[in-house]
Design a binder for this molecule. Structure first.
Ligand code: HEM
Length: 94
């Protein structure tokens, strides 16, 4: 496990790409036509599903990165945020 005190470029890029895709994904989900039995999925639905799959893959990648590149939690964080940020690694000093 690497010792780090700050999030690296990979973690930041993955984080913000996921945020950006979610910002696009919600309006597409709300605005695309309702799905009905037997209907052909339109372009909006195809795009929605494709973006959803990409988001899922990026989340899995980010989780894997998080497990192998832990970041020491900021000491000024409130206790509940420190505890939840350490939940995956159980690390209080890494
Ligand atoms: C992070 C990923 C995703 C987000 C944030 C998201 C978000 C949304 C939202 C906000 C809606 C509208 C719900 C409503 O109008 O009540 C929606 C609808 C829908 N989404 Fe997603 N979605 C995601 C991934 C996916 C994926 C991967 C699939 C398919 C494999 C999918 C299939 C659908 C379908 C079938 C609908 C319903 C359309 C309808 O009949 O109104 N979504 N989604």
């Amino acid at each position: 496990m690497h010792r780090q005190t700050q999030y690296g470029a990979t973690a930041k890029v993955l984080h913000w790409v996921i945020v950006g895709l979610l910002v696009v994904q919600f309006p597409i989900g709300w605005l695309m036509p309702d799905i009905h039995r037997g209907m052909e999925p339109g372009d909006a639905m195809t795009l929605h599903i494709s973006i959803g799959i990409v988001i899922l893959l990026l989340i899995a990648l980010r989780l894997g990165w998080r497990l192998t590149h832990a970041v020491a939690p900021e000491s000024s964080l409130p206790p509940w945020q420190r505890i939840t940020s350490e939940a995956f690694t159980g690390c209080s000093t890494c």
